[in-house]
Design a protein around this ligand. Sequence first.
Ligand code: ADP
Ligand code: MG
Length: 243
Amino acid sequence: MKPLVSIRGLCKSFGDIEVLHDVDLDIHHGEVVVVVGPSGSGKSTLCRCVNRLEQIDSGTITLDGEPLPAEGKRLAQLRADVGMVFQSFNLFAHRTILDNVTLGPVKVRGMPVREAETEARRLLDRVGVGDQAGKLPAELSGGQQQRVAIARALAMSPKLVLFDEPTSALDPEMVHEVLDVMTSLAADGTTMVVVTHEMGFARKAANRVVFMSDGRIAEQGTPEEFFDRTSTERARDFLSKVL
Ligand code: ADP
Ligand code: MG
């Protein structure tokens, strides 16, 4: 089966600094790819290129067989199929939890409000915050807000969800509640790319671990291969610091 996302020869610079060097990566339907690597290695930039929050300098990114265009209406349509969950939640502060989850489907997908609300309540229940629907984001804990952000991403029925360090801003006691939701999504066949330093999650939930170093994929493999039979010095060095 052809991959859901196919990245070929991706290069990206900021000014004179090349941040991604000739990256090739395929993500298959239903696959959970965990991306790890030192700070500054290009993990966030890679995610941002996949949904074109960043323009790319060269290479191609194909989503479900269709190359992402540089701009325009079709790009907006394709981007709507890629959910993104950020470290900082990014909920709309002045909208209720329910509105946060329904706005995308109503405004971008043209879904009737009643239908979007029914679906939003189902998703909020699924991530364990169904009873918070009428509140504002600031009334929720960080872990609850991040679970709302996940529900919001899912409400668009994305083909792929990108998670960029979704638990890094959370107090330690809230990390597991977010990882539990992500583990359940992974088990349900959601196609996911997860940038994280949570190596326990990587080992348990990943189909494949991708290790980035200096803007390149330095090593990749199954969790067993990556953690138990690490092949590069750089990855060994990284793991010695995070495990
Ligand atoms: P990671 O997520 O692995 O920590 P990033 O993708 O955020 O790495 O960053 C990779 C490199 O690109 C870093 O050197 C960072 O400083 C640089 N970078 C990221 N975004 C920008 C930007 N908008 N402008 C300039 N440099 C950037
Ligand atoms: Mg980052």
